[in-house]
Ligand binder design. Sequence first.
Ligand SMILES: *[C@@H]1O[C@H](CO)[C@@H](O)[C@H](O)[C@H]1NC(C)=O
Ligand SMILES: *[C@@H]1O[C@H](CO)[C@@H](O)[C@H](O)[C@H]1NC(C)=O
Ligand SMILES: *[C@@H]1O[C@H](CO)[C@@H](O)[C@H](O)[C@H]1NC(C)=O
Ligand SMILES: *[C@@H]1O[C@H](CO)[C@@H](O)[C@H](O)[C@H]1NC(C)=O
Ligand SMILES: *[C@@H]1O[C@H](CO)[C@@H](O)[C@H](O)[C@H]1NC(C)=O
Ligand SMILES: *[C@@H]1O[C@H](CO)[C@@H](O)[C@H](O)[C@H]1NC(C)=O
Ligand SMILES: *[C@@H]1O[C@H](CO)[C@@H](O)[C@H](O)[C@H]1NC(C)=O
Length: 632
Amino acid sequence: MLKREKYTVDLAPFLCLFIFLCFADAADVLPGAVLYASNPNQAWSSPNNDFSIHFLPISASTFSLCITYGASIPIWAPFAGEVDGKSSFRFLSDGNLRLINGSGAVVWESNTAHLGVSHATLENSGNFVLKNGSVSVWHSFEHVADTLVPSQSFGAGSVLTSGSYSFRLNRNGNVTLKWNDSIVYWTLGLNSSVNDNLINPTLFLQEIGILSLSDASLSRPVTMAYSSDFGEGNNPFRFLKLDNDGNLRIYSASKDSNTATVRWTGVRDQCEVYGYCGNMGICSYNATGSPTCSCPSKNFDLVDPSDSRKGCKRKIEIKDCPGNATLLPMNHTRFFTYPPETSSDVYILGITACRSNCLSGSSCVASTILADVTGQCHIKTSNFVSGYQSPTIPGSSFIKVCSPIEPNPLPPLEGAGDYKGWRLRTWIVVVLAALSGLLGLVIFGGIVWWSCFSSNPEFEGAYAQYILLEYASGTPVQFSYKSLRKATKGFQVKLGSGGFGAKGNVVCIVDKQLGDKFDIEQAMRVIQVSFWCIQEQPALRPMMGKVVQMLEGIMQIEKPPLFKASREDIGGASSICVSNSIRVRSAPCASEPALSSSSTMQPSSPSSIHMSSITRVDPERYVTPTLHVTLT
Ligand SMILES: *[C@@H]1O[C@H](CO)[C@@H](O)[C@H](O)[C@H]1NC(C)=O
Ligand SMILES: *[C@@H]1O[C@H](CO)[C@@H](O)[C@H](O)[C@H]1NC(C)=O
Ligand SMILES: *[C@@H]1O[C@H](CO)[C@@H](O)[C@H](O)[C@H]1NC(C)=O
Ligand SMILES: *[C@@H]1O[C@H](CO)[C@@H](O)[C@H](O)[C@H]1NC(C)=O
Ligand SMILES: *[C@@H]1O[C@H](CO)[C@@H](O)[C@H](O)[C@H]1NC(C)=O
Ligand SMILES: *[C@@H]1O[C@H](CO)[C@@H](O)[C@H](O)[C@H]1NC(C)=O
Ligand SMILES: *[C@@H]1O[C@H](CO)[C@@H](O)[C@H](O)[C@H]1NC(C)=O
């Protein structure tokens, strides 16, 4: 009996499949149809064949039932988890949709029984619709998961979720990313004159790649974000997705290659995503620029050694300390404080008081002191702390551990092997291309240099020409220390008090043609950032997001670390940048009385850096900042 019943049900999909094959236009799915995980080739497709609903293999034995663009780019899954290979997706004769796993448990259902559902259609937009005749009873676009596609609308109250993260549109039109539905780590706000009058704001992604907000009170939609390829390409399929790393991205996808490319990222600095490395995990960037999670010290273990993003736990809990608890100092590290925690845990304290307050306070698990103008001390009493370590972070943090402190081993980059490797090199690699790549430094400077040096008879022609051509091509250029010295006549740059720290010295290196049409603070930022970008150790060079923040002035810029030129590099000469004092010698400046008292000035030297143009960074439009530096 049972067997026979099973056969009758099982026949339906084959019948459906048969119908599809014969009448490609009849994309309707009829009640009784079933998809099996054991047969991943089975699918219900849209008439244009862009979309299909099927079991997508995740691993050898697990699957995710989803609507995909092309063969494998998921845009909607009713159930976020994975199911086993014996699962099935059933369109029951009463009109209900059910996802049933191998043990027979109903993992998800649409609750559409007895609504008169006559058939289902996967539309050309990717929307899966259950219909009573021509009337839509239920559709997948209403049930957003982690992805928003064009022609799908996202109203106030809708939420994209992925793991502990969620994305929402607020009534006032601001959008936010939250961790655990509480910590707001990213918001994108509207012009406040728009905020107050919104009636029922709706977010939607245009096919050309613009994320817009529309509302009855607005004469036309407001642009919130757009993908870097907007309006370009052979009509790629774009979608907005909240990824499981807590970041919001716009992707452009190609059906032919089944690939999706990131075209816009909400949180530019991945390490600023709250909880990315779990509780007490520290996010940093490795040598290849990928965000990496680690524990504060050997006093901690990874919660899950196979997944460093799950966070860390103390080897011994504070309450079980055999001796006294102590504070583990972490330089260039901060523990994030985002709303709503912002006001509750901030104190203006000196570093010593900040430390001792945390050590003596039984509820304090960690503290962060910001070495910026605010000098704020954040006492963390929450049961979850999320950390970020980077040489560009001005500030220190402390986390409570049982003594003694067991520091982490030094990263391999600072270890003996690698250090020896680059130390032995006899060439100084001046990564002008890194500069040009990161800051948008353009060839123009090279052209100016060309014109300058060609009028300089003392310069050695052939070699410089060669370098110049390489420089103009945008590829990394290696200068020998000798030729660099020759070219710059013993070029030295000094950063810090008396150097770039003094605004007068910046004025004198900026091209006079600019007059006063530039922002001195900005010029200083650009120069300081440029020294970060030419750090010999790649790990020390800031990420693009950080560079932008530093240029925008959002982020405090620290003094760049020492340039470590080895003896061999220097070849007996005194220094190129051996100290972290980098000096600009500038003949034109020396003649200016206001600066003549500065000890850094060397009137005898004609060397200077000319900055001929500084372009503002417009955060809305991603205009690359242009800095033209000329060495003469
Ligand atoms: C099916 O789902 C139930 C409930 O979620 C779960 O307890 C069971 O382990 C699942 N079975 C399989 C084979 O995954
Ligand atoms: C389905 O649609 C028909 C025709 O519009 C209507 O008469 C019927 O009540 C609907 N069924 C249900 C269950 O709503
Ligand atoms: C997440 O939020 C809930 C409710 O606000 C809270 O009870 C829970 O402790 C939070 N989770 C973590 C890991 O902090
Ligand atoms: C969010 O909206 C409010 C007005 O309701 C505004 O004051 C605030 O600045 C907005 N947030 C952001 C990040 O723009
Ligand atoms: C806000 O929008 C109004 C009207 O669209 C515009 O006039 C104003 O310049 C905008 N303000 C800002 C700060 O963008
Ligand atoms: C950096 O991290 C990425 C991703 O975890 C990894 O693939 C890469 O090998 C790492 N690079 C180095 C130099 O450790
Ligand atoms: C622990 O702290 C107490 C009080 O601060 C101090 O008297 C004691 O010597 C400390 N013990 C150790 C082992 O450091």
